[in-house]
Write a protein that binds this ligand. Sequence first.
Ligand code: NAD
Length: 480
Amino acid sequence: MERILNFIDGELRPPVGNAWLDVYEPARGTVYAQLPDSDSRDVDLAAIAAQRAFATWNALGREGRSNALLRLADLIERDLEGFVADESRDNGKPLSLARRVDIPRAIANFRFFATAILHFSSEAHLMDDVAVNYTDRQPFGVAGCISPWNLPLYLFTWKIAPALAAGNCVVAKPSEVTPYTAYRLSTLCNEAGIPPGVLNIVHGLGPKVGAAITAHPGIPAISFTGGTRTGAEIARVAAPMFKKLSLELGGKNPVLVFADCDFEQMLKTTVRSSFTNQGQICLCGSRILVERSIYDRFRDAFVERVRALRVGDPSDATTDLGAVVSKDHMEKVLSYIDLAKEEGGRVLCGGERVVLQDEMSNGWFIAPTVIEGLGPARRTNQEEIFGPVVTLQPFDDDADAIRSANATPYGLASVVWTSDLQRAHRVARQLQAGIVWVNCWMVRDLRTPFGGMKQSGVGREGGLDALRFFTEAKNVCIKL
Ligand code: NAD
């Protein structure tokens, strides 16, 4: 069976402890590879290699680093189909989605930050005839980057690209559930001309490898994307060490549908924003709030569209939903559907596991599920399910919609559907969410801030903010 290896100091290596974990293919429910069950010894080696490589990486200057990252982007593009197939096999997502979204966006991450660093300038502040201040932004050395399983290469590169472009070396840990695309990336780094030790990838479990990165005294900044509970644990360890912290966490995103919206456009996009990647995108809408006057019309039309979605083989071009990422995750999502029923919710469609034929009969598939009849305070509407499950709730007016939308501990993303321009602005200002999409979803300009409010995270890491996060700002004040 194939073994995924760590990438440390420019070499593919087995873990020091020679221990291994299984990697599953969600659509088949079978093991297809093994990955290192690394520990703090592997993280130590990676951190030492990264510290040693820092001077070399900086000596390349912005242009040299930019060129190396652009070459890496070109190599991913050259091997696009390989990455697409790995991403789909690892994660269970439709191949077409990996080809359309995940891998192109991973390439875009490298290109965006490789070129952004060339235009990254410092501010100067003149104090009349007294003094001139300028901001000197320098990389701090080694960044720790920890990423989740839902958009494996996309979110992994979202962290490492700005860290590297800013001039840092990196110790990174992809999710143990979906390690393969990060492994494939590691096989291209030498060819791209990235010096040994600049990017180190240590595979393994969160409480071992992730915790060792978080606690490592030689890694002064942690950029993390994942669950809110894990984020709290990372903050607990990193905060007393005064590490720089960026936490991109969970969500329970509302979609607000006003009666004056473009109904057809809204319907089409809301099906996508609910079920793309089996609902396993942190930005998916999971609570659909609908103005009461069109609630019945919306519910009937929405359920009809959702029933028509095809759950199936991720490699089949006609598949809309593939498998959810793991058996544990499938059981968690199904348990939330049970909870919704216990709370008095009505399942309008879906609500169960889907068993496919033949070699996919053990795959982890769930029918897209729509539930109504639950108020905003119910656990189903409070807790992140992170699967193909959405709830519908009617609202009476703007204030009622905003109240329900804001009534969770989370504040990541939101969507507003209305043709009333003033309402769009008014509602957008009042939503407690780091992103508000009006009449669209998942449209991303990488220059904009990205991240959540409340328990969805701290440290918006979009565009130039990410380059700022991955540098230390120093003010130099010169007396005139
Ligand atoms: P997770 O928190 O379980 O794991 C994320 C990463 O953290 C993994 O690499 C894991 O191994 C590691 N980890 C686990 N325990 C750790 C510890 N004690 N110390 C350090 N690292 C540890 O999350 P997940 O299940 O992989 O991903 C799903 C979650 O990610 C959802 O909550 C989703 O909303 C969130 N997410 C957020 C965003 C965003 O941009 N805000 C994007 C994607 C996913």
